[in-house]
Design a protein around this ligand. Structure first.
Ligand code: 4AD
Ligand code: MG
Length: 430
């Protein structure tokens, strides 16, 4: 029976054939242990000299790392294996021999691994992170479908710049100027007026000159937008959504989290509701903590965010930011004209901001004024303003950065490991 490693549990004490790669190997004069992987999982194949033809034992002893093989063997239950099964090998044939595979089980430097990202992806750790990424995406679709949202796909080539004009990737759209999307939000607002509750999932691009563990040039964002939702309603969606993906990863990625050595307790305690701290309160807190460098009106840096998150051991909403720090489309606080009705959600353990969101300006005149104040080219925003001319309603939405979220859930230090082929400052290869 031809099967995959993930499905061997169906064939205990039966003989199966698996197509696999050799991840690692140990052998003595009498026995060889083959660490096999096939993408669906990892399993150990045991080749006992006394039980197989001499030719097969010699082959098992000599095959090299990442050689592709067909392995035949009997599936055994094995309590010691993290996967629960082992293969008692009876046959082995090479499909293609790998010579001098560059990534050996020893330690390698980051730049070397990044240069070999196309191969590095095969490692157990990278495999685990990609599976967790997949689970977050799967759970996202489950959550929003369950909540009655419609998936809408905003364009990637656009004429507008929702998050400011300094970090745009400019390109040509035939004779016109165009940009790669920084955020699908403006289009999602139009979609919310048509479909009520919508969400998108797609790539976004920022020509940010930041070289930090939280910044990618190309990253993937989930952007929900809801008609008739006000500021507080928006936060409730966010905390329920984040709690749901954390729980889904705990439920469905136990093996991957253990490969990564993730501290599960830190994830198990993540449950809605999340604490809310206003920007004003955060400034006072930071001063008390000895951050004398920060003044009211300043944006927070990574150390500030981390200090706030550490005080809670939960994701924390920082709400009601100064208008001057935020994009043009945010609804003013009716009680304080220097603030906007927005929130950033800060992940625990130093992973920083995973969500940015707000209530949107729904008054035509105010939005027009904002577009002008921000010196945005009015033609590109004509259609966006028009949304406020025909039955405008309060609405809110947010954007969750997939890679930062996956980094937090996986417990990996840097976002470069959470996307298959990271685009970083000075890295467009492989
Ligand atoms: O806070 P941001 O810029 O918000 C927006 O783009 C809104 N238009 C979203 C919305 O309301 N629909 O980005 C949202 C999230 C951040 O919180 C962060 O998680 C992620 O996107 N993000 C990045 N992730 C990796 N690398 C970067 N350079 C990122 N910039 C933002
Ligand atoms: Mg933000």
């Amino acid at each position: 029976m031809k099967t995959t490693i993930a499905e061997v549990y169906k064939y205990v004490e039966q003989e199966v054939t698996i197509g696999a790669w050799l991840a690692n190997k140990r052998s003595s004069g009498k026995i060889a242990f083959l660490q096999l992987r096939d993408g669906t999982g990892f399993i150990q194949g045991v080749v006992v000299k006394a039980e197989v033809e001499e030719e097969i034992f010699q082959l098992a002893k000599s095959i090299t790392q990442e050689t592709s093989v067909y392995v035949k063997g009997t599936v055994k239950k094995d309590e010691r294996s993290p996967f629960g099964y082992e293969l008692s090998v009876s046959g082995l044939s090479v499909i293609h021999s790998a010579v001098d595979y560059p990534i050996t089980p020893k330690e390698h430097g980051t730049e070397f691994l990044m240069d070999h990202r196309h191969l590095w992806l095969r490692s157990k750790r990278q495999h685990a992170v990609m599976k967790i990424r997949n689970e977050v995406i799967r759970a996202t679709y489950e959550f929003f479908n369950k909540e009655g949202f419609v998936k809408v796909d905003p364009p990637i080539l656009t004429g507008s710049a929702p998050e400011g004009t300094t970090e745009l990737f400019a390109t040509k759209y035939f004779d016109e100027d165009a940009y790669l999307s920084q955020s699908g939000q403006l289009y999602m607002e139009a979609a919310a007026m048509a479909l009520g509750k919508v969400f998108s999932f797609g790539p976004t691009f920022r020509a940010e000159k930041s070289k930090t563990r939280r910044h990618l040039i190309e990253f993937w964002m989930i952007e929900p937008e809801m008609a008739f939702y006000e500021f507080e309603d928006n936060l409730v969606v966010q905390e329920n959504y984040v709690s749901f993906i954390v729980q889904s990863v705990l439920d469905n990625c136990g093996l991957e989290l253990s490969v990564l050595g993730r501290d599960l307790e830190k994830l198990q305690r993540i449950k809605a509701p999340f604490p809310r701290v206003t920007y004003d309160e955060a400034i006072v807190f930071l001063h008390e903590k000895g951050f004398t460098d920060i003044q009211w009106g300043d944006d927070f840096g990574a150390p500030h965010e981390t200090a706030i998150a550490e005080a809670h051991e939960m994701p924390v909403f920082i709400t009601h930011w100064p208008t001057s720090l935020k994009p043009f489309y945010m609804q003013p606080d009716p009680n304080r004209e220097d603030l906007v009705l927005c929130a950033d959600l800060i992940a625990p353990e130093g992973y920083g901001e995973i969500i940015g969101g707000s209530e949107r300006v729904h008054d035509y005149e105010l939005l027009k004024k904002r577009v002008e104040e921000h010196k945005l080219e009015s033609d590109a925003y004509k259609w966006y303003l028009e949304l406020r001319q025909y039955g405008s309603v309060p609405h809110s939405g947010f954007g969750l950065g997939l890679e930062r979220t996956v980094a937090w859930l996986s417990g990996v230090e840097h976002v470069r490991e959470t996307i298959p082929f990271p685009r970083l400052l000075n890295r467009l290869y492989p």
